[in-house]
Design a protein around this ligand. Sequence first.
Ligand code: URA
Length: 275
Amino acid sequence: MGSLAFVRLAKEQFLCSPRYLLLIMQERLQKIIARAGVASRRRAEELIRQGLVSVNGQTVTELGSKADAERDRITVSGKVLRPAGKRIHILLNKPVGYVSTVSDPEGRLTVASLLKKSGIKERVYPVGRLDYHSSGLILMTNDGDLANLLLSRASAIPRTYHVKLEARPAHDDLRKLESGILLDGRKTAPAVIRPLGKLAESEKPWYEITLVEGRYHQVRRMFERIHCPVLKLKRARIAFLTDDGLAPGQFRHLTPAEVSRLKNWRSKQPLIPTV
Ligand code: URA
């Protein structure tokens, strides 16, 4: 791999990581303080300068400092700031042609714009990524704990994708993908692949693949490796969450029971969970 391609890949991998998500969930301290109703933004800046604000026990005096209102313990004049907003968890069915970020320097449509249009005012972030040309389920939340859990390799939360392939894969090649191949010098975790629909009739067949990790362009790169490029890709399931009743562009809030089921996910559960 050339050095430019390597830098691009490293950047894309960072954008898929829990570390990145936790970073973008941070906001300037004065904004958090003002939103909590403790002081105006200007006054909050003064409080910071005067050394009256602390984050997780550390006094902060620098004006550009950031924190996560949901996760960090912020105090102003010794009093703990209560988190300003409630935690929200949204399951969105992303249409093709949207980027899974909150803003896009190229001016393309974003998943955040879909929520904003429907009156969601809270700052929520997509957990993980779906390519511009992919569709399907994506979780949007301001809950850093859940986001972290979903993105951590240890939680092994399965995601199921439906893919349309350019060509019929050989049986042995599919088994290779299932048991793991080297991508970026690291073996992929075990996967489950099943045909969808009537294989015999289709030259460009659909398959279902379930993964417990989310590396950059992982599904597309895995099928490219066996010379069966992906023509269409849709994320149909995240753990037990399906797109039932959610047309592309639509979303719903998770129920408290669903949030708790996700938070208590144990990696030893079967790869294809009961819905
Ligand atoms: N894997 C991919 O290649 N693309 C996606 O959008 C999601 C998983």
